[in-house]
Ligand binder design. Structure first.
Ligand code: CO
Length: 132
């Protein structure tokens, strides 16, 4: 697979509003976009760190996977997203290598990206996203 860089790191937070001061006032990053992704039941906030982004994920519903994650594990790192030139072909490649997939085909994510998740059972418990 041809991973070019870490596209973003997803961090589960209870509240983007409450989390912003740390990222902006302490780390000095600038939030350049806040966007709701309805089908994932999350609100996202983005910061650029070089070529990589930090993506804060706030649940917008109690049955959001992010709400369940926070309930189980608390706030913190939720997933790592690798940039690949072609998500569909990368998925086919990892599936052929025996990796269990959450998404059999790419779907729409925040910022107009095509994304797909690999199952943590196959990735050493690190929820892994491929995006393009
Ligand atoms: Co993501």
């Amino acid at each position: 697979m041809d991973i070019t860089h870490i596209e973003h790191i997803g961090i589960a937070v209870k509240s983007i509003t409450d989390s912003l001061p740390y990222y902006e006032k302490v780390l000095g990053l600038k939030c350049y976009n806040i966007e709701e992704v309805a089908d994932q039941k999350v609100k996202t906030a983005f910061f650029k760190v070089g070529q990589t982004k930090i993506e804060l994920l706030e649940p917008t519903s109690e049955d959001s996977t992010i709400a369940k994650f926070i309930e189980k594990k608390g706030e913190g790192v939720h997933h790592i997203a690798f940039a690949v030139p072609d998500v569909a072909s990368a998925l086919a490649e990892v599936e052929a290598k025996g990796v269990q997939l959450i998404d059999k085909s790419p779907r729409g994510g925040a910022e107009g990206l095509h994304i797909a998740f690999l199952h943590p059972k196959s990735t050493g418990s690190v929820l892994t996203e491929l995006c393009q």
